[in-house]
Ligand binder design. Structure first.
Ligand SMILES: *Cc1c(COP(=O)(O)O)cnc(C)c1O
Length: 444
């Protein structure tokens, strides 16, 4: 039987790690197309200017966000997460895996972002705000020079109530789009895959969001959302697979991180490079953040994506060059993972192509490892993350355990390096569910 025109043997000869991927074993792939920043960025039509524009838009909206989400007021309406040292966890990992992690180990706590408690509070909220701005300006309700806190007035809610927003999600994107859209006054439809947790759906319903459930996967839910929006000219579809706005919203994280590193006195240079480990689902979140980081730190930042062994869609797409044309199902991989934020069978082709020469590599993680890391991080640092978000924490140890990963480290990693695991979600998980996760971490 042929898969995408090739026999199984041919596939295995061309891509030796594919066998382990199909057996859902952990793998580490170092990107053979990784290139110097100068070469990699050529022919990309996404620029620093685009990211700057997104950043400025978020500044315009800050007075509004400070007003409607008071928890953001102390940061002036800028939704940003802490960057913290996780020394205790680093020692714990070194002991457990019998490796040494050279340099500092930090956690970027998007798990604790205000409003929606995950990395989706970046791209998702940004895209909804941009759409609201477009409508308000078009109708003469708003100019770019206004104090945007006026958007909290009733007349804006009435204006936005004539419009709808739709999105497909495994949970967290739905939370972020749903909460922000409902707050502005839009009608909002969240198409949820079977992976979505019950508490996320309930929370959205409480906020007046229309939740549509499917007994199918994320790619299917996205398609349904897309179809619904095509039928209604006043409905806007947030396209997690292709949206540049989402991508730029995520990319703004980079300049904010740079500022946090500066404040900590951490220099990023060839002698003290930055290694960043990002959990990846369809790719928009980690792709946007990594792209933003490459624009700022160029060759001195090395970005890795992390995926569940059950849903290695971006790895499959980038390794084979098939991108959105390939699904994990094509290779008999089942997409059954407790890392619900990463349970995506088919990657974003837009992100895969954009990151083709910029991404250093991708590794995969077993669910049971995620639970173990969850418990270890809770025990050593008192920080509780959802399973998906632990995938990044595994980076500095697991890359070292593969031959190609070790070679990459040997080439680029120095004693002064800084490792950052991107903690993508967790603070909104109800306590009893978190306790259950923690118990699973005790099992082995
Ligand atoms: C969505 C999500 C990711 C990955 O983002 P993508 O844009 O889907 O790649 C990672 N972690 C969590 C917790 C998420 O919700």
């Amino acid at each position: 039987m042929k898969i995408h025109g090739k026999g199984e043997k041919e596939w295995h000869t061309e891509y030796p790690i594919l066998k382990n991927m199909m057996d859902t074993k952990e793998v580490c792939w170092i990107n053979p197309h990784y290139a110097s920043f100068e070469e990699a960025i050529q022919s990309k039509d996404l620029t620093k200017e685009d990211v700057k524009e997104a950043s400025e838009r978020l500044v315009r909206f800050a007075p509004y966000l400070a007003k409607v989400f008071p928890e953001t007021a102390k940061q002036g309406g800028i939704i940003e997460s802490p960057l913290v040292s996780i020394k205790g966890m680093k020692e714990e990992l070194e002991k457990t895996y019998n490796v040494s992690i050279e340099g500092e180990f930090l956690l970027k706590c998007d798990s604790h972002l205000a409003v929606s408690g995950s990395i989706k509070a970046r791209g998702g909220i940004y895209e909804v705000l941009k759409h609201a701005e477009d409508i308000a300006v078009k109708h003469g309700f708003l100019t770019y020079e206004d104090d945007y806190s006026i958007l909290a007035e009733d007349r804006f809610k009435q204006l936005f109530s004539r419009y709808s927003i739709a999105v497909g999600s495994t949970g967290n994107l739905g939370l972020s789009i749903g909460i922000m859209s409902a707050q502005l006054g839009f009608n909002v439809y969240v198409h949820m895959s079977q992976d979505a947790k019950e508490w996320k759906k309930n929370l959205l319903r409480q906020k007046g969001v229309n939740v549509i459930e499917y007994a199918s996967d994320y790619s299917f839910a996205v398609e349904e959302g897309r179809k619904q929006a095509e039928r209604d000219p006043n409905m806007y579809f947030v396209d997690d697979e292709n949206s540049k706005d989402l991508f730029f919203g995520y990319a703004v994280a980079a300049e904010r991180l740079k500022k946090q590193l500066d404040e900590k006195g951490i220099v990023v240079s060839k002698e003290s490079p930055l290694f960043v480990y990002l959990p990846c689902g369809v790719g928009g979140g980690p792709g946007g953040v990594a792209f933003g980081l490459k624009l700022i730190f160029e060759d001195n930042v090395h970005c890795f994506f992390a995926e569940p062994t059950e849903s290695p869609c971006m790895l499959l797409g980038m390794m084979t060059g098939l991108h959105e044309k390939v699904s994990v199902f094509d290779f008999g991989i089942h997409n059954q993972t407790d890392a619900d934020g990463l349970a995506v069978p088919r990657p974003s082709g837009f992100v895969g192509r954009t990151m083709e020469k910029l991404l250093s590599g991708i590794y995969t993680v077993k669910d049971q490892v995620l639970y173990r890391l969850l418990k270890q991080l809770a025990d050593t640092e008192g920080i509780y993350l959802e399973p998906s978000a632990l995938a990044g924490v595994y980076g500095p140890v697991t890359i070292r355990q593969s031959k190609s990963g070790e070679a990459y480290f040997a080439q680029h990693l120095t004693k002064q390096a800084t490792h950052i695991a991107w903690a993508t979600g967790g603070s909104m998980v109800p306590k009893e569910i978190m306790n259950e996760y923690y118990r699973k971490g005790e099992e082995g």
